[in-house]
Design a protein around this ligand. Structure first.
Ligand code: MG
Ligand code: MG
Length: 258
């Protein structure tokens, strides 16, 4: 579960690639573009840097349809695992993009919620609050705290204003996209989880809904939508626990707090 300094160097490179792609996508995701176009741009950039899109053909269990795209593209009431389509982005859309790469055998994983043009202020606040909760959760990732403290901090920061999705969670990352431990986004007093130690690499990813926490998986087997049809957002960073401050491996420079 813990990475040595050489492995951490590889993970920094994977994280940096993901961050660079997101910083490029910030100039691309706007009204008129389609999910398929953005998917192609992301995939081309991943491959041009000698990496592989980690989500493409990803099949967590046999019997599941492999994921068809390089990015997850989840619009409005879609929470996570949305499949890019030819539907055109319009003003007011909220789009969560999740992106995974494999570079030199090490994975990078991060998600960003795009607020396109004039988004409902309530939804904008939810997204900002979620980003803030992710930031606060990252700050407590120091040796001696527990994995369970992460969800506790996310729930505490959001102060019961929103629905915290419970069926999906964050995870360890390394030479596999999903490693132990699982990292839930809510407080579970019965589940403290392992103690955080220097060398752990974690993907922390709150998925937050404006209404109910309940979600439904659509017939395509992938797209997760809110049960009440209300908007959702998803923020994720991959971080390394160190003996000092945690390192945000997928840092895009878009945290404006602290
Ligand atoms: Mg992700
Ligand atoms: Mg993840």
């Amino acid at each position: 579960m813990k990475k040595n300094s050489l492995q951490l160097e590889y993970m920094k490179q994977s994280g940096k690639l993901v961050a660079d792609i997101f910083n490029h996508l910030k100039t691309v995701v706007k009204p008129g573009v389609t999910g398929c176009e953005v998917d192609k741009i992301a995939e081309d950039m991943i491959r041009s840097r000698g990496a592989r899109p980690a989500f493409k053909n990803y099949q967590p269990h046999s019997g599941m349809t492999p994921f068809p795209s390089s990015i997850c593209w989840s619009i409005n009431d879609e929470v996570i695992h949305g499949i890019p389509s030819d539907k055109v982005v319009k003003d007011g859309d909220v789009i969560s993009v999740d992106l995974g790469v494999e570079l030199n055998g090490y994975f990078g994983d991060s998600a960003y919620t795009f607020l396109v043009g004039n988004v409902d202020p309530v939804v904008k606040k939810m997204s900002n609050d979620t980003q803030r909760a992710l930031w606060e959760a990252i700050q407590i990732c120091v040796p001696g705290n527990y994995v369970g403290d992460i969800g506790k901090m996310i729930e505490y920061t959001l102060q019961r204003q929103y629905g915290i999705v419970r069926e999906f969670c964050g995870h360890g990352v390394g030479t596999k996209l999903h490693e132990k431990p699982s990292i839930v986004n809510y407080n579970d007093p019965k589940r403290r989880g392992p103690k955080l130690e220097a060398g752990m690499v974690l993907a922390i990813e709150p998925m937050i809904n404006i209404g109910t926490e309940k979600v439904i998986v659509k017939e395509d087997g992938w797209t997760v939508v809110t049960a009440d049809g209300k908007p959702s957002c998803h923020w994720e960073h991959m971080i390394a626990v160190t003996i000092g401050d945690p390192i945000i491996l997928t840092d895009r420079g878009d945290f404006n707090f602290s």
